[in-house]
Design a protein. Sequence first.
Length: 452
Amino acid sequence: MSSPKSEKGRLKSLRAVGVGNALEWFDWTLYATFSAYLARNLFDKADARSAMLSTLAVFAVGFIARPLGGLIFGKLADRLGRQRMMLITMSLLAVSSLGIALIPTYESIGLAASLTLMIFRLLQGIAHGGETGVSYTYVAEIAPSKHRGLWSSSIYLGVMGGVIAATLVAAALTAILEPAAMSDYGWRIGFAVGGVLGIYVLFMRRNIEESHVFAEQRNQTSANRKLSRREVFRIARNLVMLNCCANVTYYAWVTFAPATAIAKGMDAAGAYRASLLAMLLCVLWLPICGIISDRLGRKPIIVAWGVLVVVLTQPIATMVTTEPRTLFWAQVIGLAAWSLIASIFPAVLSEQVPTQARAQGVGFVSSVSVAIFGGTAPYLNAYLAGIGLEHVYTYYVMALGVVTIVAGLLIRETAGVDLSEIQGGAVENASTALAPSPGTQPSTDFGRRRLE
Protein backbone atom coordinates (compact mmCIF):
# COMPACT_ATOMS: atom_id res chain seq x y z
CA MET A 1 0.00 0.00 0.00
CA SER A 2 1.20 3.51 -0.69
CA SER A 3 2.42 5.86 2.00
CA PRO A 4 -0.67 6.49 4.08
CA LYS A 5 -2.06 9.78 5.17
CA SER A 6 -2.05 10.44 8.91
CA GLU A 7 -4.37 8.16 10.85
CA LYS A 8 -6.07 11.21 12.37
CA GLY A 9 -6.67 12.76 8.97
CA ARG A 10 -8.10 9.57 7.51
CA LEU A 11 -10.43 9.07 10.47
CA LYS A 12 -11.58 12.68 10.16
CA SER A 13 -12.33 12.09 6.50
CA LEU A 14 -14.15 8.86 7.33
CA ARG A 15 -16.39 10.69 9.83
CA ALA A 16 -17.22 13.40 7.31
CA VAL A 17 -18.23 10.84 4.69
CA GLY A 18 -20.22 8.83 7.25
CA VAL A 19 -22.21 11.85 8.45
CA GLY A 20 -22.86 12.84 4.85
CA ASN A 21 -24.14 9.37 4.07
CA ALA A 22 -26.39 9.55 7.13
CA LEU A 23 -27.92 12.79 5.89
CA GLU A 24 -28.19 11.45 2.35
CA TRP A 25 -30.25 8.49 3.56
CA PHE A 26 -32.16 10.60 6.05
CA ASP A 27 -33.58 12.57 3.11
CA TRP A 28 -34.07 9.48 0.96
CA THR A 29 -35.84 7.54 3.71
CA LEU A 30 -38.13 10.41 4.62
CA TYR A 31 -39.73 10.14 1.20
CA ALA A 32 -40.57 6.50 1.79
CA THR A 33 -41.60 7.04 5.40
CA PHE A 34 -43.85 9.99 4.58
CA SER A 35 -45.12 8.56 1.30
CA ALA A 36 -48.71 8.42 2.60
CA TYR A 37 -48.62 12.14 3.50
CA LEU A 38 -47.07 13.05 0.15
CA ALA A 39 -49.87 11.16 -1.59
CA ARG A 40 -52.54 13.08 0.34
CA ASN A 41 -51.00 16.52 -0.18
CA LEU A 42 -49.32 16.52 -3.59
CA PHE A 43 -51.63 14.25 -5.62
CA ASP A 44 -55.35 14.05 -6.31
CA LYS A 45 -57.01 12.59 -3.19
CA ALA A 46 -60.11 11.43 -5.09
CA ASP A 47 -58.55 7.96 -5.54
CA ALA A 48 -56.38 7.17 -2.49
CA ARG A 49 -54.84 4.00 -3.97
CA SER A 50 -53.98 5.75 -7.22
CA ALA A 51 -52.41 8.65 -5.30
CA MET A 52 -50.27 6.24 -3.27
CA LEU A 53 -49.13 4.37 -6.38
CA SER A 54 -48.33 7.71 -8.05
CA THR A 55 -46.21 8.68 -5.04
CA LEU A 56 -44.30 5.42 -5.31
CA ALA A 57 -43.92 5.96 -9.06
CA VAL A 58 -42.29 9.34 -8.38
CA PHE A 59 -40.08 7.55 -5.86
CA ALA A 60 -38.98 5.29 -8.72
CA VAL A 61 -38.31 8.37 -10.89
CA GLY A 62 -35.58 9.33 -8.46
CA PHE A 63 -33.95 5.98 -9.15
CA ILE A 64 -34.13 6.54 -12.90
CA ALA A 65 -32.09 9.72 -12.39
CA ARG A 66 -29.46 7.96 -10.29
CA PRO A 67 -27.51 6.43 -13.23
CA LEU A 68 -27.14 9.91 -14.72
CA GLY A 69 -25.69 11.16 -11.43
CA GLY A 70 -23.44 8.13 -11.15
CA LEU A 71 -22.16 8.67 -14.69
CA ILE A 72 -21.61 12.43 -14.44
CA PHE A 73 -20.15 12.69 -10.96
CA GLY A 74 -18.31 9.38 -11.23
CA LYS A 75 -16.56 10.50 -14.41
CA LEU A 76 -15.70 13.84 -12.85
CA ALA A 77 -14.46 12.17 -9.66
CA ASP A 78 -12.16 9.90 -11.69
CA ARG A 79 -10.71 13.00 -13.38
CA LEU A 80 -10.84 15.76 -10.75
CA GLY A 81 -10.91 13.89 -7.45
CA ARG A 82 -13.35 12.39 -4.98
CA GLN A 83 -13.48 15.17 -2.38
CA ARG A 84 -14.68 17.95 -4.69
CA MET A 85 -17.55 15.87 -6.09
CA MET A 86 -18.80 14.95 -2.62
CA LEU A 87 -19.21 18.65 -1.85
CA ILE A 88 -21.32 19.20 -4.97
CA THR A 89 -23.55 16.17 -4.44
CA MET A 90 -24.26 17.17 -0.84
CA SER A 91 -25.25 20.66 -1.97
CA LEU A 92 -27.75 19.21 -4.44
CA LEU A 93 -29.21 16.89 -1.79
CA ALA A 94 -29.75 19.80 0.59
CA VAL A 95 -31.50 21.87 -2.08
CA SER A 96 -33.82 19.03 -3.11
CA SER A 97 -34.83 18.29 0.48
CA LEU A 98 -35.67 21.93 1.21
CA GLY A 99 -37.55 22.12 -2.06
CA ILE A 100 -39.81 19.19 -1.18
CA ALA A 101 -40.55 20.79 2.20
CA LEU A 102 -41.82 23.95 0.48
CA ILE A 103 -44.00 22.50 -2.31
CA PRO A 104 -47.59 23.88 -2.17
CA THR A 105 -50.41 21.33 -1.96
CA TYR A 106 -52.31 19.80 -4.87
CA GLU A 107 -55.38 21.76 -3.77
CA SER A 108 -53.40 25.01 -4.12
CA ILE A 109 -51.61 24.58 -7.45
CA GLY A 110 -53.06 21.38 -8.86
CA LEU A 111 -50.90 19.17 -11.07
CA ALA A 112 -47.95 21.54 -10.63
CA ALA A 113 -47.52 20.14 -7.11
CA SER A 114 -47.01 16.63 -8.46
CA LEU A 115 -44.68 17.85 -11.21
CA THR A 116 -42.60 19.91 -8.76
CA LEU A 117 -42.20 16.87 -6.53
CA MET A 118 -41.00 14.90 -9.53
CA ILE A 119 -38.43 17.59 -10.41
CA PHE A 120 -36.97 17.59 -6.90
CA ARG A 121 -36.93 13.80 -6.88
CA LEU A 122 -34.98 13.86 -10.15
CA LEU A 123 -32.49 16.30 -8.63
CA GLN A 124 -32.27 14.16 -5.51
CA GLY A 125 -31.76 11.05 -7.63
CA ILE A 126 -28.93 12.65 -9.62
CA ALA A 127 -27.18 13.76 -6.44
CA HIS A 128 -27.77 10.42 -4.75
CA GLY A 129 -26.33 8.48 -7.68
CA GLY A 130 -23.21 10.65 -7.66
CA GLU A 131 -22.78 10.59 -3.90
CA THR A 132 -23.11 6.82 -3.63
CA GLY A 133 -20.48 5.92 -6.20
CA VAL A 134 -17.97 8.54 -5.09
CA SER A 135 -18.34 7.91 -1.34
CA TYR A 136 -18.12 4.13 -1.77
CA THR A 137 -14.93 4.57 -3.76
CA TYR A 138 -13.47 7.15 -1.42
CA VAL A 139 -13.90 5.11 1.77
CA ALA A 140 -12.57 1.95 0.13
CA GLU A 141 -9.50 3.83 -1.10
CA ILE A 142 -8.58 5.55 2.19
CA ALA A 143 -9.08 2.34 4.20
CA PRO A 144 -6.13 0.12 5.24
CA SER A 145 -6.14 -2.87 2.89
CA LYS A 146 -6.34 -5.42 5.70
CA HIS A 147 -9.28 -3.64 7.35
CA ARG A 148 -11.22 -2.46 4.30
CA GLY A 149 -14.27 -4.54 5.25
CA LEU A 150 -14.44 -2.89 8.67
CA TRP A 151 -13.97 0.61 7.26
CA SER A 152 -16.47 -0.15 4.53
CA SER A 153 -19.09 -0.95 7.16
CA SER A 154 -18.94 2.71 8.23
CA ILE A 155 -20.83 3.63 5.06
CA TYR A 156 -23.84 1.60 6.08
CA LEU A 157 -23.47 2.67 9.68
CA GLY A 158 -24.08 6.12 8.25
CA VAL A 159 -26.90 4.80 6.09
CA MET A 160 -28.57 3.14 9.08
CA GLY A 161 -27.94 6.25 11.15
CA GLY A 162 -29.82 8.28 8.55
CA VAL A 163 -32.64 5.76 8.37
CA ILE A 164 -32.86 5.65 12.18
CA ALA A 165 -32.89 9.45 12.37
CA ALA A 166 -35.67 9.61 9.76
CA THR A 167 -37.65 6.98 11.67
CA LEU A 168 -37.12 8.87 14.95
CA VAL A 169 -38.34 12.08 13.36
CA ALA A 170 -41.40 10.30 11.98
CA ALA A 171 -42.12 8.66 15.36
CA ALA A 172 -41.65 11.95 17.24
CA LEU A 173 -43.81 13.96 14.87
CA THR A 174 -46.63 11.41 14.86
CA ALA A 175 -46.50 11.27 18.66
CA ILE A 176 -46.48 15.05 19.15
CA LEU A 177 -48.86 16.17 16.41
CA GLU A 178 -52.46 15.26 15.86
CA PRO A 179 -53.14 13.23 12.69
CA ALA A 180 -54.63 16.25 10.94
CA ALA A 181 -51.64 18.45 11.77
CA MET A 182 -49.23 15.73 10.70
CA SER A 183 -50.96 15.44 7.35
CA ASP A 184 -51.17 19.20 6.95
CA TYR A 185 -47.62 20.35 7.78
CA GLY A 186 -45.86 17.89 10.07
CA TRP A 187 -44.27 15.89 7.27
CA ARG A 188 -42.66 19.06 5.90
CA ILE A 189 -40.62 19.55 9.09
CA GLY A 190 -38.53 16.44 8.45
CA PHE A 191 -37.55 17.52 4.94
CA ALA A 192 -36.68 21.01 6.19
CA VAL A 193 -34.42 19.56 8.89
CA GLY A 194 -32.60 17.50 6.27
CA GLY A 195 -31.97 20.53 4.10
CA VAL A 196 -30.58 22.62 6.95
CA LEU A 197 -28.29 19.82 8.16
CA GLY A 198 -26.85 19.63 4.66
CA ILE A 199 -25.08 22.92 5.31
CA TYR A 200 -23.38 21.42 8.37
CA VAL A 201 -22.12 18.46 6.32
CA LEU A 202 -20.69 20.81 3.70
CA PHE A 203 -18.52 22.43 6.38
CA MET A 204 -17.36 18.99 7.56
CA ARG A 205 -16.33 17.97 4.06
CA ARG A 206 -14.46 21.13 3.12
CA ASN A 207 -11.09 19.97 4.39
CA ILE A 208 -11.16 16.19 4.04
CA GLU A 209 -8.10 14.59 2.44
CA GLU A 210 -8.11 13.36 -1.13
CA SER A 211 -7.81 9.61 -1.60
CA HIS A 212 -4.10 8.71 -1.79
CA VAL A 213 -4.94 5.91 -4.24
CA PHE A 214 -6.51 8.42 -6.63
CA ALA A 215 -3.71 10.96 -6.07
CA GLU A 216 -1.04 8.41 -6.99
CA GLN A 217 -2.94 7.29 -10.06
CA ARG A 218 -3.38 10.91 -11.19
CA ASN A 219 0.32 11.70 -10.68
CA GLN A 220 1.69 8.70 -12.53
CA THR A 221 3.56 9.53 -15.74
CA SER A 222 2.40 6.59 -17.84
CA ALA A 223 -1.07 6.63 -19.41
CA ASN A 224 -3.72 4.32 -18.01
CA ARG A 225 -4.44 1.25 -20.07
CA LYS A 226 -7.88 1.34 -21.65
CA LEU A 227 -10.16 -1.46 -20.50
CA SER A 228 -11.19 -3.97 -23.13
CA ARG A 229 -14.84 -4.69 -23.87
CA ARG A 230 -14.48 -8.07 -22.23
CA GLU A 231 -13.12 -6.50 -19.06
CA VAL A 232 -15.88 -3.88 -19.01
CA PHE A 233 -18.50 -6.60 -19.41
CA ARG A 234 -17.05 -8.65 -16.57
CA ILE A 235 -16.87 -5.69 -14.25
CA ALA A 236 -20.43 -4.62 -15.08
CA ARG A 237 -21.73 -8.17 -14.67
CA ASN A 238 -20.10 -8.49 -11.26
CA LEU A 239 -21.48 -5.17 -10.08
CA VAL A 240 -25.03 -5.88 -11.27
CA MET A 241 -25.12 -9.37 -9.77
CA LEU A 242 -23.83 -8.07 -6.43
CA ASN A 243 -26.30 -5.17 -6.45
CA CYS A 244 -29.64 -6.68 -7.44
CA CYS A 245 -30.62 -8.66 -4.34
CA ALA A 246 -29.04 -6.21 -1.90
CA ASN A 247 -31.10 -3.37 -3.38
CA VAL A 248 -34.44 -5.15 -3.40
CA THR A 249 -34.11 -6.49 0.14
CA TYR A 250 -32.98 -3.11 1.46
CA TYR A 251 -36.14 -1.39 0.28
CA ALA A 252 -38.39 -4.31 1.23
CA TRP A 253 -36.85 -5.10 4.63
CA VAL A 254 -35.63 -1.68 5.75
CA THR A 255 -36.99 1.44 4.06
CA PHE A 256 -40.57 0.46 3.27
CA ALA A 257 -41.10 -2.10 6.04
CA PRO A 258 -42.91 0.32 8.41
CA ALA A 259 -45.05 1.81 5.63
CA THR A 260 -46.03 -1.69 4.43
CA ALA A 261 -46.97 -2.72 7.97
CA ILE A 262 -49.00 0.46 8.49
CA ALA A 263 -50.85 -0.21 5.23
CA LYS A 264 -51.84 -3.62 6.69
CA GLY A 265 -53.38 -1.90 9.71
CA MET A 266 -50.47 -1.64 12.17
CA ASP A 267 -50.41 1.40 14.46
CA ALA A 268 -48.03 3.96 12.91
CA ALA A 269 -46.20 4.90 16.11
CA GLY A 270 -45.80 1.23 17.05
CA ALA A 271 -44.46 0.38 13.60
CA TYR A 272 -41.87 3.15 13.73
CA ARG A 273 -40.72 2.12 17.23
CA ALA A 274 -40.40 -1.53 16.23
CA SER A 275 -38.41 -0.63 13.12
CA LEU A 276 -36.17 1.72 15.11
CA LEU A 277 -35.24 -0.94 17.67
CA ALA A 278 -34.43 -3.46 14.94
CA MET A 279 -32.19 -0.96 13.15
CA LEU A 280 -30.34 -0.10 16.36
CA LEU A 281 -29.40 -3.77 16.71
CA CYS A 282 -28.29 -3.75 13.07
CA VAL A 283 -25.89 -0.87 13.79
CA LEU A 284 -24.13 -3.02 16.39
CA TRP A 285 -23.89 -6.01 14.01
CA LEU A 286 -22.62 -4.21 10.90
CA PRO A 287 -18.97 -3.63 11.96
CA ILE A 288 -18.75 -7.20 13.26
CA CYS A 289 -19.72 -8.44 9.81
CA GLY A 290 -17.04 -6.21 8.28
CA ILE A 291 -14.41 -7.70 10.58
CA ILE A 292 -15.55 -11.24 9.75
CA SER A 293 -15.21 -10.48 6.04
CA ASP A 294 -11.67 -9.16 6.49
CA ARG A 295 -10.76 -12.47 8.13
CA LEU A 296 -12.74 -14.98 6.07
CA GLY A 297 -12.81 -13.17 2.72
CA ARG A 298 -15.56 -11.67 0.55
CA LYS A 299 -16.66 -14.81 -1.31
CA PRO A 300 -17.97 -16.89 1.63
CA ILE A 301 -19.83 -13.88 3.04
CA ILE A 302 -21.55 -13.18 -0.29
CA VAL A 303 -22.55 -16.83 -0.77
CA ALA A 304 -23.89 -17.01 2.80
CA TRP A 305 -25.92 -13.86 2.20
CA GLY A 306 -27.50 -15.31 -0.94
CA VAL A 307 -28.40 -18.55 0.84
CA LEU A 308 -30.05 -16.63 3.69
CA VAL A 309 -32.16 -14.63 1.24
CA VAL A 310 -33.49 -17.82 -0.30
CA VAL A 311 -34.24 -19.32 3.12
CA LEU A 312 -35.63 -16.26 4.94
CA THR A 313 -37.68 -14.36 2.36
CA GLN A 314 -40.85 -16.45 2.75
CA PRO A 315 -40.91 -16.38 6.59
CA ILE A 316 -40.22 -12.64 6.68
CA ALA A 317 -43.01 -11.99 4.17
CA THR A 318 -45.62 -13.91 6.18
CA MET A 319 -44.77 -13.19 9.83
CA VAL A 320 -45.82 -9.52 9.95
CA THR A 321 -49.34 -8.93 11.31
CA THR A 322 -50.90 -5.82 12.88
CA GLU A 323 -48.81 -6.31 16.03
CA PRO A 324 -45.62 -4.15 16.14
CA ARG A 325 -43.60 -6.98 17.73
CA THR A 326 -44.02 -9.05 14.54
CA LEU A 327 -42.47 -6.23 12.50
CA PHE A 328 -39.61 -6.01 15.00
CA TRP A 329 -38.71 -9.69 14.73
CA ALA A 330 -39.12 -9.72 10.96
CA GLN A 331 -36.71 -6.81 10.63
CA VAL A 332 -34.24 -8.24 13.17
CA ILE A 333 -34.02 -11.44 11.11
CA GLY A 334 -33.86 -9.64 7.78
CA LEU A 335 -31.32 -7.04 8.91
CA ALA A 336 -29.08 -9.65 10.53
CA ALA A 337 -28.78 -11.34 7.14
CA TRP A 338 -28.65 -8.10 5.12
CA SER A 339 -25.76 -6.80 7.24
CA LEU A 340 -23.51 -9.49 5.77
CA ILE A 341 -23.58 -7.81 2.36
CA ALA A 342 -24.12 -4.23 3.54
CA SER A 343 -21.01 -4.20 5.71
CA ILE A 344 -18.72 -4.99 2.77
CA PHE A 345 -20.76 -3.47 -0.06
CA PRO A 346 -18.58 -0.39 -0.76
CA ALA A 347 -15.44 -2.51 -0.46
CA VAL A 348 -16.46 -5.43 -2.64
CA LEU A 349 -17.84 -3.15 -5.38
CA SER A 350 -14.71 -0.97 -5.38
CA GLU A 351 -12.55 -4.09 -5.51
CA GLN A 352 -14.06 -5.00 -8.88
CA VAL A 353 -12.91 -1.84 -10.72
CA PRO A 354 -9.46 -0.29 -11.40
CA THR A 355 -8.72 3.18 -9.99
CA GLN A 356 -8.99 5.14 -13.24
CA ALA A 357 -12.64 4.07 -13.68
CA ARG A 358 -13.64 3.16 -10.14
CA ALA A 359 -15.97 6.03 -9.18
CA GLN A 360 -17.70 6.02 -12.56
CA GLY A 361 -17.99 2.24 -12.71
CA VAL A 362 -19.30 1.81 -9.18
CA GLY A 363 -21.55 4.87 -9.40
CA PHE A 364 -23.07 4.28 -12.83
CA VAL A 365 -23.48 0.51 -12.91
CA SER A 366 -24.66 0.38 -9.32
CA SER A 367 -27.17 3.16 -9.96
CA VAL A 368 -28.55 1.35 -13.00
CA SER A 369 -28.96 -1.75 -10.86
CA VAL A 370 -30.61 0.23 -8.09
CA ALA A 371 -32.99 1.83 -10.59
CA ILE A 372 -33.98 -1.52 -12.08
CA PHE A 373 -34.23 -3.51 -8.86
CA GLY A 374 -34.46 -1.15 -5.88
CA GLY A 375 -36.51 1.64 -7.45
CA THR A 376 -39.21 -0.69 -8.73
CA ALA A 377 -39.34 -2.89 -5.61
CA PRO A 378 -41.90 -0.91 -3.55
CA TYR A 379 -44.14 -0.26 -6.55
CA LEU A 380 -44.01 -3.89 -7.68
CA ASN A 381 -44.68 -5.12 -4.15
CA ALA A 382 -47.64 -2.77 -3.68
CA TYR A 383 -49.09 -3.63 -7.10
CA LEU A 384 -48.83 -7.41 -6.67
CA ALA A 385 -50.25 -7.17 -3.15
CA GLY A 386 -53.17 -5.14 -4.49
CA ILE A 387 -54.14 -7.91 -6.94
CA GLY A 388 -53.54 -10.76 -4.49
CA LEU A 389 -50.22 -11.99 -5.90
CA GLU A 390 -47.89 -11.31 -2.98
CA HIS A 391 -46.29 -14.73 -3.42
CA VAL A 392 -44.98 -13.75 -6.86
CA TYR A 393 -42.92 -10.96 -5.30
CA THR A 394 -41.59 -13.40 -2.69
CA TYR A 395 -40.39 -15.81 -5.39
CA TYR A 396 -38.83 -12.89 -7.24
CA VAL A 397 -36.71 -11.93 -4.21
CA MET A 398 -35.71 -15.56 -3.68
CA ALA A 399 -34.58 -15.80 -7.30
CA LEU A 400 -32.35 -12.76 -6.79
CA GLY A 401 -30.86 -14.58 -3.82
CA VAL A 402 -29.81 -17.36 -6.19
CA VAL A 403 -28.20 -14.74 -8.46
CA THR A 404 -26.19 -13.52 -5.48
CA ILE A 405 -24.93 -17.02 -4.76
CA VAL A 406 -23.74 -17.29 -8.36
CA ALA A 407 -22.02 -13.90 -8.04
CA GLY A 408 -20.19 -15.08 -4.94
CA LEU A 409 -18.90 -18.07 -6.84
CA LEU A 410 -17.87 -16.09 -9.94
CA ILE A 411 -15.91 -13.20 -8.46
CA ARG A 412 -12.36 -13.68 -7.26
CA GLU A 413 -11.29 -13.15 -3.67
CA THR A 414 -10.23 -9.54 -3.08
CA ALA A 415 -9.97 -9.22 0.71
CA GLY A 416 -6.64 -7.57 1.53
CA VAL A 417 -5.82 -6.61 -2.07
CA ASP A 418 -4.26 -3.17 -2.49
CA LEU A 419 -6.75 -1.20 -4.62
CA SER A 420 -3.93 0.51 -6.52
CA GLU A 421 -2.90 -2.93 -7.79
CA ILE A 422 -6.28 -3.80 -9.31
CA GLN A 423 -6.35 -3.77 -13.12
CA GLY A 424 -9.18 -4.62 -15.46
CA GLY A 425 -7.62 -7.82 -16.70
CA ALA A 426 -6.98 -9.03 -13.15
CA VAL A 427 -10.52 -8.63 -11.88
CA GLU A 428 -11.34 -12.23 -12.69
CA ASN A 429 -8.49 -13.68 -14.68
CA ALA A 430 -6.44 -14.52 -11.61
CA SER A 431 -7.21 -17.65 -9.66
CA THR A 432 -9.30 -17.45 -6.52
CA ALA A 433 -7.49 -16.44 -3.36
CA LEU A 434 -7.50 -18.53 -0.24
CA ALA A 435 -9.67 -17.13 2.53
CA PRO A 436 -7.48 -15.26 5.00
CA SER A 437 -7.25 -16.74 8.44
CA PRO A 438 -6.94 -14.78 11.69
CA GLY A 439 -3.54 -13.15 11.97
CA THR A 440 -2.61 -13.83 8.34
CA GLN A 441 -2.99 -12.03 5.06
CA PRO A 442 -4.96 -13.51 2.19
CA SER A 443 -2.88 -15.11 -0.53
CA THR A 444 -3.53 -14.78 -4.22
CA ASP A 445 -1.68 -15.02 -7.49
CA PHE A 446 -3.21 -11.65 -8.40
CA GLY A 447 -0.44 -10.48 -10.70
CA ARG A 448 2.01 -12.35 -8.41
CA ARG A 449 1.94 -9.25 -6.19
CA ARG A 450 2.39 -9.19 -2.47
CA LEU A 451 -0.82 -8.19 -0.69
CA GLU A 452 -1.07 -5.80 2.22
